[in-house]
Design a protein around this ligand. Structure first.
Ligand code: G4P
Ligand code: NA
Ligand code: NA
Length: 194
């Protein structure tokens, strides 16, 4: 996705140890025009798959998930990372290990909004080691619903998540794929190599 690629090139900041900071449009300040285009792109890629729900995880997965859902005409459910005062009944729960923070987090979704009739598109902002995606897959499976695919805004292809999810048989659609982050520069996976 050319627009996203340019945005990453112009505004992304390469931090140490393979981390890309994109706080100006994705992780802190949100660019709604870009999100709209991202939503259109996900919708285009999954429009013929009979998607009935989008599942994401708070917080940064929510904007792209909502825009894609608007285009596909479905609702979005976001997994919560913290206990909620009101979300207490009928919870589907999984654990997600964060390598970045070196801690295990419990994520939860209410069974009320997801069942065996659903065809789910999972969306997230980043794909690194794939822990968040695997936690979401676990929750969708517990509900009896089917995972149709995984839509990612920025994939760090040099980490193991994308390869592992594809190995497991999932369709992974990443709008930007980063091959490496070296000397402050973002190197994208060349489309021809795919
Ligand atoms: P994984 O799920 O793929 O295994 O990822 P990991 O544990 O490494 O990621 C933990 C958090 O860090 C996630 O956000 C993830 O989106 C984010 N992250 C991972 N790599 C990068 C990166 O290179 N750049 C940025 N900007 N973020 C990265 P989170 O803690 O769940 O936060 P949020 O969704 O509330 O923003
Ligand atoms: Na994030
Ligand atoms: Na995220």
């Amino acid at each position: 996705m050319e627009l996203l690629r340019r945005k990453i090139e112009n505004e992304g900041i390469v931090l140490s140890d393979g981390v890309l900071k994109v706080d100006s449009f994705l992780n802190h300040q949100i660019d709604p025009e870009l999100m709209k285009e991202i939503g259109l792109e996900f919708a285009e890629r999954f429009k013929n798959e009979g998607i009935t729900k989008i599942v994401t995880i708070e917080s940064s997965g929510i904007p792209p998930a909502v825009m894609a859902a608007l285009e596909l005409g479905v609702k979005v459910i976001f997994a919560r990372k913290k206990k909620s005062l009101t979300l207490t009944d009928n919870l589907l729960v999984s654990t997600v290990y964060s390598f970045t923070k070196q801690e295990e987090n419990t994520i939860s979704v209410s069974h009320q909004f997801l069942d065996e009739t659903d065809n789910v598109l999972i969306i997230d902002d980043f794909l690194a080691n794939g822990e968040a995606a695997k936690g979401l897959i676990d929750i969708v499976k517990q509900s009896g619903a089917s995972v149709i695919g995984i839509g990612i805004v920025i994939e760090k292809s040099f980490q193991k998540g994308a390869a592992e999810l594809k190995e497991l048989g999932y369709r992974v659609e990443s709008l930007a794929r980063i091959a490496s982050l070296v000397d402050g520069k973002v190197n994208f996976v060349e489309e021809l190599e795919e």
